[in-house]
Write a protein that binds this ligand. Sequence first.
Ligand code: ADP
Ligand code: MG
Length: 452
Amino acid sequence: MPVVEPHVMEALLAYLRSNCAHMCRHWFNEIEVIELSQGTLTLLVKEQVRLKYLQRCCVDQFTEAAQAATGRLLAVEFIGENKQVERAEDKASTGVFTQPELDEEMILSPDYTFDSFVVGPDNRLAHAASLAVAQKPGKAYNPFFVHGGVGLGKTHLLQAICQMAMRTHNGMRIFYTSCNGFMNHFMEAVQAGQMADFRHRFRNFDLLIVDDIHDLSKRGPSQEEFFHTFNTLYQAGRQIVLSSDAPPNEIPDLEERLTSRFNCGLVANVERPCYETRVAIVRSKAQMRNVDLPDDCAAYIASRLDSNIRELEGAITKLQGFALLEQSAIDLELCKKAIGEQESSTPGSPTTIQEILNTISSYYGLRITDLLSKRRHKSIALPRQIGMYLARKHTRFSLGEIGGYFGGRDHTTVMHAIRSIDTRRTGDRHLDDEVRRLEELIVHPSLPTSGE
Ligand code: ADP
Ligand code: MG
């Protein structure tokens, strides 16, 4: 078997990092080279979910990278441990522990594990319950129902449960699907006249996880079928895990008998993450992608993007792209360039810090980058302090978040700014007027500002 020199894999990964950065994960380092023979580079991936991810999403990129790294026309193949055992015909395969093959139809992301899930006050209960369910399916909370807005980690938690259960309970029949996936299977079975098979399959799982169950809304026959699936599993003490964008009672057009079933176990809610949680999530996402992200950058990103966590991930991808493009390390300047001007405001919506920054910048004729910079000249420092003061007064952001917006400053700086403006307003008529005028502009943005 021709030996593959170690530098080949290094070169391959380096190529991927600079050409398909968004796809790279820290665990790519654990991929093992098995052999290079007959024009095929065979790579071993021990973990099933990772293996499936590579086979599903990364074959073309790896092939391109392998060709670039070796200068040869190669194919790339990913194999799991089972396959490796099969191949090593000489070796006795007994006694070798291999993970069971993953269900072909189950699409899981290797990113969604408990390890990479950040726990905060906003998701603590949902996380704890998910862990308990993964450790003791059918025994902890049944059903387990998690609900919350878009991008707040429901799918992440459900897939983490699935992956942990697969790893720790050998031989357990586990299935994760979206509600639409369930309904598609059902419709196909109806059309093909294979309802018996369908029922046999879905009513024999030990752990059934259905994501986005609110999609059952208005789907009469599917609701009926799901109701029976649910009952059979539940009565047999099998674990059911569900997620939804609303609590059971608030899912429109859902039969009462389903609502009451969904409510009979544990219902937990995931809320919008607070600033600290967001910073930790940004760090975790960066780490997963092997991105060196300085603390001030994490704080800046977390303060700029606050509603949907998916945006945080997008920001890191964008940042990676910028770093490559500019051939520079990731720092605050680059962060600001990459995501600084992303926010936009709509009339009638609550004031955003960006609006305050815009107002201050045009009122004083300063550039936003100056307001966010470290420069301390009075002509910049005072408007900046007024900005922080107004942000505190007119938005619901915390001191830390405001500091993040204002160029990654910490909460004590913001507190100091607020106190200072407060005190000065009482003794300085001119400043007091100025702040008042700025407040008018922020509350009624249609008023003209001095020079744009
Ligand atoms: P939902 O299903 O609630 O719409 P997802 O689970 O798809 O949301 O989460 C959106 C993104 O945010 C995913 O990349 C997910 O990994 C990430 N995410 C959400 N919450 C957390 C968390 N607490 N820790 C780490 N990542 C999170
Ligand atoms: Mg989801």
